[in-house]
Write a protein that binds this ligand. Structure first.
Ligand code: MN
Length: 289
């Protein structure tokens, strides 16, 4: 049975700056109150294509903490540099992904990559927050870089369309990315064809049109629309006439209480208090700005 579409949400009205480097529309939890439908995804910031002027000093966000979840940064245009207090660092460019598990607590900073910053130009990216099940919230922080040379990609028969399997599986192609719960995160580029696929049971499913237009299970969706699917039904058909890029999100919800205070996401208020104490005591390590 075709997966029914519950709702198509337009881009929220207001963008805001994250630091001075990310000009984002927050789709949830602020833009739309759909947290329950998106579980285990906690937050999605979308920076649609925006041209930044050249700058000798990279724009971005200085040192800040995270604990109890994962941050996933997907670069479509431009480049992002990342450093954290666990000693990890990396640079991602177009088509690449940073998957950071904050786990027990980490400090990090996120800036435009230096060469991109000096040249300026179009920048387009997503940051997604993924909750961790209670038993993994104390995992040591870790970091996975998905670069162009280690991506897991499905190509259509005529070679025109491709699906980068950031996490999970698309048809026979499985991602190498380690996740702590069942989920599919795909960067889909569909050129003038129809893709059909089956969504496993018990998933919360949605997709965001990064650019282009599509007909999705017989409904029209436009650039920057977010499409929410019902829980019943398993098949999805996406048809495009030219070139469309879609972020697909489908995951098993984590059925545990969520208590969030800014960049800390735990299961109880007491754990948030403890997280604050650990942070202020320096337990997340050190990182220079
Ligand atoms: Mn961050």
């Amino acid at each position: 049975m075709k997966k029914p579409i519950l709702n198509i949400l337009n881009r929220p009205a207001q963008w805001h700056m994250v630091g001075d480097g990310f000009r984002v529309y927050n789709y949830f939890p602020s833009g739309y109150q759909i947290a329950e439908h998106m579980n285990p995804f906690l937050m999605l910031d979308f920076n649609p294509q925006h041209s930044f002027a050249p700058s000798q000093t990279p724009r971005g966000v200085g040192v800040h903490p995270h604990k109890g979840f994962e941050t996933v940064t997907i670069a479509y245009q431009g480049a992002v540099a990342h450093h954290d207090s666990a000693g990890n660092s990396g640079i991602i460019g177009p088509g690449e992904v940073q998957w950071m598990t904050a786990g027990s607590g980490v400090l990090h900073k996120e800036y435009h990559e230096l060469e991109f910053s000096k040249l300026g130009g179009p920048f387009e990216m997503i940051q997604l927050w993924v909750n961790l099940p209670r038993q993994y919230k104390s995992e040591p922080p870790s970091y996975q870089t998905i670069s162009l040379n280690n991506r897991c990609v499905w190509n259509s028969k005529n070679g025109a369309s491709q699906v980068h399997v950031i996490a999970g599986q698309f048809k026979h192609v499985k991602s190498n990315t380690h996740t702590y719960s069942e989920m599919d995160v795909w960067d889909m580029q569909i050129y003038n064809e129809s893709l059909e696929f089956v969504v496993p049971d018990n998933r919360h499913s949605s997709c965001l049109l990064i650019n282009g237009t599509a007909v999705i299970n017989e409904k029209n969706a436009n650039a920057h629309d977010m499409v929410l699917f019902a829980h019943d039904g398993n098949t999805v058909k996406i048809s495009t006439e030219s070139s469309t890029r879609i972020l697909w999100l489908s995951a098993q919800p984590i059925l545990e209480p969520v208590v969030q205070y800014g960049p800390f996401v735990m299961n109880t208020k007491q754990e948030i208090v403890e997280a604050m104490e650990q942070f202020h005591a320096g337990a997340f390590g050190r990182l220079e700005d």
